[in-house]
Design a protein around this ligand. Sequence first.
Ligand code: 1Q0
Length: 215
Amino acid sequence: SDSVPEEKFSLKEVLITFQSCLTDNQEIVTDSYVNGWRGLVRFMNSLGSIFSFISKDAVNKIQIMVTHRNGENGDKYETLQSMVKYELDNNLVDLQRRAEHPESGCRTLLRLHRALRWLELFLEKLRTSTEDSKTSVMCTDAYNDSLAQHHAWIIRKAATMAFCVLPGRAAFFQTMNVGSTEQVVAMLGEAMPFISKVYEITEELYKQHNLLELP
Ligand code: 1Q0
């Protein structure tokens, strides 16, 4: 038959992409990293249009990274490590203020990297939550401990308002399409170490090159 079955969206596949980010010598593959975010955005879109101001920004940043990858020097962007080296060696990063290179791979990826910390904190809260835990509270706490520190007041306000309409824990777990609560918890336990590892390696890379505050 030539009918293509409607693909059931499962968050498991998304979180597994972060596993495929890591090469044997602990480098991070840009395409896999970007694909991970693509899947997360797809999941976020399924939560409702109130999140579209967030997904628009995420899509924009994903697109910037894709454009670098598809560009003339795309091979230099194969891993985050090679990207940092290439952009720094060729003065392609605005270090003090946004100027000639407002869309450098380094500054764009830093925003996704900070969001990955939010994801790590949020997933860990979900994993260890109980039936009466509130997703909005877990999400807000994770946000305040990570991304919020880098956001202006107005964005913090909008984000926190959006979190309030997150579905409850049970409905949220259902949207993830992974199975029972036990299966969700197990899946999160499996995926978390990879997400943490990817975060840690990127953080270390950026720290080494003094890139953690790029404008
Ligand atoms: C489920 C709810 C999703 C909550 C997502 C949390 C992130 C909140 C971020 C709100 C700010 C977005 C508006 C734009 C901000 C930019 O100013 C900022 C800085 O960039 P720039 O160029 O101005 O310097 N951009 C960012 O900080 C990047 C934000 C990227 C957010 C990507 C979110 C992707 C979505 C993920 C949904 C995952 C849901 C996973 C649930 C897992 C459940 C097991």
